[in-house]
Design a protein around this ligand. Structure first.
Ligand SMILES: Cc1cc2nc3c(=O)[nH]c(=O)nc-3n(C[C@H](O)[C@H](O)[C@H](O)COP(=O)(O)O)c2cc1C
Length: 319
């Protein structure tokens, strides 16, 4: 059986705060790590800001934290620059997504940075295990933000038995029930994104977005771009309705890109646009339990207490 996430990262609770573009600021990352999980910063900044943010986190906590290396730009200089800063700063671990992290493994290994790769299927999971990554994240289509096709349940069912390194489950997990279920499925830990959008330390996330998430029902979740291989999940809005109808009517992808061009940078930063088009608040499908703003510590302690209670009574579940 694979080691737990707590052993892999030397943390108290098996909880990662998923990277969330510019929303996962040093304040949020440090607060999650201080509370016993592990926060994850993004590399969505220029490299000097990335270095500065890493140092700010270090000034706020001496606990382990990570940086998300986004490889969507296909091993360009920009990705290599971020990778070098992460290695120089000896960040405890990276979560590597939207590409193949193998080119960065020697640099990370040499710097003692653990590599957790985000994988969409068994094939890549096995290939990256063989290449020497330290752990895997499987992120189901229930997640907020960029999404693939498979559900978290299917990914856990498919991937976990096929590898012997730790697998972290992400997507649709917002409370102790989700954490307990993932651990019972054999996951080494979980990654939560949406639940941390309602963390007090999530300062760059607009109050209007928080209110919309609290008011949302399960039917307000939607995904756009799924027919073009770049799905993105969030709350239904005038923008998503128009995008989706253009997408389904078969307009060329370039036209869709043009339509969303003005809106995408603001989505990336704040999850909402201010140009009247209403943007898209990125949040996952498990939305009904998201009702309160709490500190990162309150979130982690509440989620873990629920999970522990459920697991303690698990013997009785069979009746
Ligand atoms: C607003 C938002 C932004 C996100 N941005 C990123 C990102 O920059 N990089 C990444 O790897 N994952 C990103 N994610 C995915 C999260 O890290 C996490 O895996 C996901 O939110 C888990 O699903 P949940 O939202 O159901 O908890 C984002 C998620 C949200 C909600």
């Amino acid at each position: 059986m694979a080691a737990s996430l707590t052993k892999l990262l030397n943390i108290q609770y098996p909880i990662l705060q998923g990277a969330m573009f510019a929303i996962s600021t040093p304040d949020l990352v440090a607060a999650v790590s201080e509370a016993g999980g592990a926060g994850v910063l993004t590399d969505a900044w220029d490299v000097e800001t990335l270095r500065e943010n890493i140092r700010i986190i270090r000034s706020l906590t001496d606990k382990p934290f990570g940086v998300n290396l986004n490889m969507a730009k296909r091993h360009t200089d920009r990705v290599w620059e971020s990778a070098r800063v992460i290695a120089e700063e000896k960040v405890p671990f990276i979560t590597a997504g939207a590409g193949d992290p193998r080119p960065y493994l020697p640099l990370m290994k040499e710097a003692g940075v653990k590599v957790i790769a985000i994988v969409p299927n068994v094939r890549l999971a096995k290939r990256l295990e063989a290449a020497g990554v330290d752990g895997l994240i499987v992120e189901g289509t229930e997640s907020g933000g960029h999404i693939g096709n498979l559900t978290t349940m299917a990914l856990m069912s498919n991937v976990i038995p096929e590898v012997s390194i730790p697998v972290i489950a992400a997507g649709g997990i917002v409370d102790g029930r989700g954490v307990a279920a993932a651990l019972v499925m054999g996951a080494a830990g979980v990654q939560l994104g949406s639940r941390f959008l309602l963390a007090k330390e999530c300062g760059s996330f607009h109050d209007k977005n928080v209110e919309a998430i609290i008011a949302a029902s399960d039917e307000d979740s939607t995904a756009i771009g799924t027919t073009r291989g770049k799905g993105m999940r969030g709350l239904r809005s005038a923008f998503t309705e128009q995008y989706r109808s253009m997408e389904l009517s078969g307009v060329p992808t370039e036209e869709l890109n043009k339509f969303s061009a003005n809106i995408t940078p603001t989505i990336a930063k704040y999850g909402i646009s201010d140009d009247g088009m209403n943007g898209m608040i990125m949040v996952g499908q498990s939305i009904v339990p998201l009702k309160r703003v709490q500190t990162a510590r309150e979130i982690i302690e509440e989620v873990m207490a629920e999970a522990e209670e459920i697991l303690k009574n698990a013997n009785n579940l069979l009746g």
